[in-house]
Write a protein that binds this ligand. Structure first.
Ligand code: NDP
Length: 249
């Protein structure tokens, strides 16, 4: 069992993109950080980059039945969980009428049901020590209407509602729940969504007052802040980190 004074975090999807940047901020600040994903090679590469405070666990979180065992494994190794970042997610861009029930369900299971199941199992542990911080990664797709991402929009809008519902129920018990709504951030996911669609890319820049895309590290900074004592009176918020995209004209 690990040193109980050292903070312990789980970052789902911590092997790449935004999750990797969050894990980098955490590990640089001495937080033992368990990165979770499906691709072992990706996680190993991330660990070699992040060093000794980074630990990896392989789990397909869309397999909801595997989540309780994952959390038990983290507890067996570290003794507690202080921070959970529900970051792992998938996108699917397709015309509304072309989306099958299976495709819709796949996105909802990965982006939403897993966030519920992860949070439920982690909250059981956080309640034992009476504190903790959970950060859900939302999206601009929950702030305004985006065409051709119906399942993704449904999942991220539900994340915002769940963040508020969890915050009112769990904050009195010492657990803060917040979300970050990233704007358009330079990762593989955005490259896939925008590079093949110049019109969409143009729209993104046109309504982003700062005029450029964010970096994964910008989300890392916000996550570190929300996880820290500096944010001890903040719960239930969905914080846009978006260069003004959500309020852009
Ligand atoms: P990436 O595709 O780079 O990263 C997604 C991560 O999630 C991967 O590391 C992947 O790991 C992991 N993942 C996906 N499915 C599963 C699964 N079933 N089980 C375990 N891990 C899984 O995307 P981003 O970094 O761009 O996105 C991260 C989050 O930020 C997502 O929730 C996304 O919706 C959100 N977001 C991103 C924005 C952007 O501009 N990039 C904007 C708004 C929100 P592996 O392949 O190893 O399973």
């Amino acid at each position: 069992m690990g040193n109980t004074s050292q903070q312990v975090a789980i970052v789902t999807g911590g092997g790449s993109g935004i999750g990797l940047a969050i894990a980098e901020k955490f590990t640089k600040n001495g937080i033992d950080t368990v990165i979770v994903g499906r691709d072992e090679e990706k996680l190993k590469t991330a660990k070699s980059q992040l060093g000794d405070c980074c630990h990896l666990m392989i789990c397909d979180i869309s397999n909801l039945g595997s989540i309780p065992a994952l959390i038990k494994k983290v507890i067996a190794q570290f003794g507690k969980i202080d921070i959970l970042v529900n970051n792992a997610g998938i996108n699917m861009k397709k015309d509304f009428i072309e989306v099958t029930d299976e495709e819709f369900q796949r996105v909802i299971t990965t982006n939403l049901c897993s966030v519920f199941a992860m949070s439920r199992e982690v909250v059981k542990e956080m309640l034992k020590k009476g504190n903790g911080s959970i950060i859900n990664i939302s999206s601009m797709a929950a702030q305004y209407g985006l065409p051709r991402v119906i399942a993704y929009s449904a999942s991220k809008t539900a994340i915002d509602g769940m963040t508020r519902a969890m915050a009112v129920e769990l904050s009195p018990k010492g657990i803060r729940i917040n979300a970050i709504a990233p704007g358009f951030i330079e990762t593989d996911m955005t490259a896939k969504a925008l590079n093949s669609d110049p019109e969409r890319k143009q729209k993104v820049f046109a309504r982003t007052p700062m005029g450029y895309m964010g970096k994964p590290a910008d989300i890392g900074e916000a996550a570190l802040f929300l996880a820290s004592d500096a944010a001890k009176y903040i719960t239930g918020v969905v914080l846009p980190v978006d260069g003004g995209n959500s309020i852009g004209f």
